[in-house]
Design a binder for this molecule. Structure first.
Ligand SMILES: Cc1cc2nc3c(=O)[nH]c(=O)nc-3n(C[C@H](O)[C@H](O)[C@H](O)COP(=O)(O)O)c2cc1C
Length: 307
């Protein structure tokens, strides 16, 4: 059985990756998961300088997922390189550094520094954060700004560059095309869907930040639809995420066009979720006589025979 997939020039032994922000820097999960068995580890989002994130409460449970407004809390690029990367390098697994900034210069600075060091196999740029220079417009919601920031980062790195798209747009296929044209080697989608919850007793928002990002099973149909839209719009590989809880969910994403999948909220429910999802994928392949995982990609049957 061949489970290996390629994300641009980055080869993965299997298609199951961790989703940024849900697996820390790997340490907490190492006692539950053999990190070397993962397709890749995508680390928690990094900025050039450390960030405290938003005040609590920052997480709210919802009927089919969770809302979070962590506010991109992180230890910063330098501390990651010094304190976390050596641990991750003990395992035979590609490490993908997820990063972000509030300005084009911050994105470029973080990408440059992360490309400078040994042991990082790819970069994933999160363009779902507010652009201070453009008056809090979100980078990934404006095609021109997306093009500018992706092109600027492309110029300073030779590492495989994955652009992580926001679902909070009208036309995600357009955003993916813009990322591809600006030099992305792959796109990753979806990030969380903007949402809000209210405590009716106090009449206050449940999150201190008022709004947050919805993740988990509730967003899976949105993610699948967006992967399908993007699959028909670009020729670079797609990493699918959003509510993947079991092997069947991962297969759905691949049938829609994903080359690989990233597992997020499921890690909080079950720390061995990534490994269970990988076994589920293998079971599906065995049951259906599939030798090579890449033959599933985009295999959705969508022509209607009755028409
Ligand atoms: C607590 C939390 C923190 C997250 N932090 C990041 C982050 O730092 N960078 C990023 O690109 N995505 C981040 N995400 C988004 C996830 O990587 C993923 O795209 C999203 O949650 C959808 O997948 P899921 O439904 O499997 O969780 C975060 C999600 C959660 C729930």
């Amino acid at each position: 059985m061949n489970l290996s997939v390629n994300i641009g020039k980055l080869g993965l032994k299997n298609p199951v990756m961790t989703a940024s922000g849900t697996f820390g820097y790997g340490e907490e999960y190492a006692e539950f998961v053999d990190l070397g068995s993962l397709g890749a580890i995508v680390v928690k989002g990094l900025s050039l300088l450390p960030r405290e994130g938003n005040p609590p409460p920052r997480i709210v449970e919802t009927p089919a997922g969770m809302l979070n407004a962590i506010g991109l809390q992180n230890i910063g690029v330098e501390s990651f390189i010094k304190e976390k990367l050596p641990f991750l390098r003990r395992f035979n697994v590609p490490v993908i550094a997820n990063f972000f900034g509030d300005s084009v210069d911050e994105y470029v600075g973080a990408a440059e520094r992360l490309s400078d060091v040994q042991g990082i196999d790819g970069l994933e740029m999160n363009i779902s954060c507010p652009n201070k220079q453009a008056g809090w417009l979100v980078f990934g919601t404006d095609p021109e700004v997306t093009s500018e920031v992706v092109s600027a980062v492309r110029k300073v790195t030779d590492l495989p560059l994955i652009v992580k798209l926001s679902p909070n747009v009208t036309d995600i296929a357009l955003m993916a095309r813009v990322a591809e044209d600006a030099g992305a080697d792959a796109v990753s989608l979806i990030n969380t869907v903007s949402g809000m919850a209210i405590d009716i007793k106090t009449r206050r928002p449940k999150l201190a930040n008022i709004t947050g990002g919805l993740s988990g099973p509730a967003i899976k149909p949105i993610g699948i639809r967006m992967v399908w839209d993007v699959f028909r719009a670009v020729s670079i590989p797609i990493i699918g995420s959003g509510g993947i809880m079991d092997g069947g969910d991962a297969i759905e994403y691949m049938l829609a066009g994903a080359a690989a999948v990233a597992v997020g909220t499921a890690n909080f429910v079950n720390p061995t979720a990534t490994m269970d999802i990988l076994s589920g994928i293998k079971d599906y392949m065995t049951t259906n006589g599939i030798q090579d995982i890449s033959t599933i990609k985009g295999g959705l049957i969508w022509e209607r025979e009755d028409l």
